[in-house]
Design a protein around this ligand. Structure first.
Ligand SMILES: [Zn+2]
Length: 414
């Protein structure tokens, strides 16, 4: 592990301002505003994932209408196609996509390790075979940052050494954590535009809380503009997920945004916010839309179920998205019956449900922000769980009850 002392480091420039508004008086939830180069975003936030510089099924105008101020692009995909040369020529991914709001890019490492069976990690970087022509390629921390510099995203992520959270190989988990710290140093060194792109570090350490603590100390000392908690949402038990988030947020500075990667189920987000997390992303809300699943206040609806064939109400009665809003209010007045007819069959079905799901999650996050600012987050969480489980407390998941109890919120109390 690097032994550079904090005093020896020069402070990294930051292209963001983190404005704190309120902290929940019971849980660890925080409400703040993150001022980024392409506009301000309210935290806590959910960030939809536009893998190939397009949110499947949505135009950027439609994405804008959902209220989205910050979405994800994948460095791995953009690096392969259109490639760095095109990105440099056009002046970055904002221009390529016609998106004038904020972008966050991952480092590309996760895609490689998760998509490519033949990826191997060495101190130098991640070696893999090109999915195009099978030729050997190497993604180093320097190359990842160079690509993200060309993309021009407002938030860029360090290359980290990613392994499955459920890996039983403790020595390998430790190695990955320590290597991620060393790779952060290389990323900081390689980063060309710290005054306009914010580099986030990624805390690793698997489910081992001691490793997570060590990693927090090392990463915090590097003073990046924001901090991510990585390596989760990989099939670990929810109890373990909560312990890691809770442990890390307890050690992270109050004045920086905290991003828990790969989280998109409303229930998980609501709990992670109570544990002190601010930012989330996941492909699930958009992917599930393509399979005909609508996110609503009572959970998830399979809109292809025949019970909806003659249901002429909106997808969700309280939703104000372009689909659910009545035509008199300028919306499309889409009914469940219509969605039943087109979902997972016609392109327009995926398209409409994607608009709804993204809008629904962004509205939920907006409501979370307001509830924290008005210091009524515990009541908000109680209402959320009551809606999800039809008021039946016996159905509440134990992991959520336990995690919330740990931050002073008893879901089962009257
Ligand atoms: Zn809707």
């Amino acid at each position: 592990m690097s032994t550079t002392t904090e005093s020896a480091r020069k402070s990294m420039p930051s292209a963001l301002t983190f404005e704190r508004h309120a902290k929940c008086s019971t849980t660890k939830a925080r409400a703040s505003t993150l001022h980024l180069p392409h506009g301000s975003v309210q935290l806590p936030i959910f960030m939809p994932v536009a893998t190939q510089a397009s949110l499947k099924g949505l135009t950027y105008e439609q994405l804008r209408q959902t209220g989205c101020m910050l979405c994800l692009n994948n460095t791995y995909h953009l690096g392969l196609k259109p490639g760095q040369e095109v990105l440099d020529a056009v002046g970055g991914a904002h221009k390529l996509q016609g998106w004038d709001r904020n972008l966050l890019t991952d480092s590309g490492g996760f895609q490689m390790v998760s998509l490519l069976e033949l990826a191997t990690v060495t101190e130098e970087g991640v070696r893999f075979l090109s999915p195009h022509d099978g030729s050997p390629m190497l993604l180093t921390p320097e190359h990842s940052i160079s690509l993200q510099n060309s993309i021009g995203s407002d938030i860029i992520m360090q290359l980290d050494d990613v392994i499955a959270t459920t890996s039983p190989d403790h020595a390998r988990i430790k190695e990955a954590m320590e290597r991620s710290v060393r790779w952060l140093d290389r990323c900081i060194e390689a980063h060309q535009y710290p005054e306009r792109q914010n580099l986030f570090c990624i805390i690793q350490g698997g489910l081992d809380l001691e490793l997570r603590k060590q990693c927090c100390a090392e990463m915090v000392a590097r003073d990046t503009p924001g901090i991510a908690i990585g390596g989760l949402s990989g099939g670990e038990a929810k109890e373990e997920f909560c312990k890691v988030v809770d442990t890390c947020t307890g050690l992270l500075p109050e004045d920086k945004p905290r991003y828990v990667m790969g989280v998109g189920y409303p229930e998980d987000i609501i709990v992670a916010v109570a544990l002190g997390a601010d930012m989330f992303d996941c492909v699930w809300p958009t992917r599930t839309a393509r399979f005909g699943q609508a996110i609503v206040s009572s959970g998830t609806l399979n809109i292809r179920h025949k019970e909806f064939a003659q249901d002429f109400g909106p997808i969700d009665k309280d939703c104000t998205c372009a689909c659910c809003r009545p035509t008199e209010q300028g919306g499309l007045g889409i009914t469940r019956a219509y969605m039943y007819h087109v979902a997972a069959k016609e392109t327009v079905g995926a398209h409409l449900l994607t608009i709804h799901n993204v809008h629904f999650l962004l509205s939920l996050m907006n409501a979370v922000h307001q509830a924290i600012r008005e210091d009524r987050y515990p009541d908000f969480v109680r209402q959320f769980f009551s809606n999800q489980y039809g008021g039946d407390k016996s159905k509440y998941p134990e992991w959520a009850v336990g995690a919330l109890r740990g931050v002073g919120l008893d879901l089962l109390a009257d």
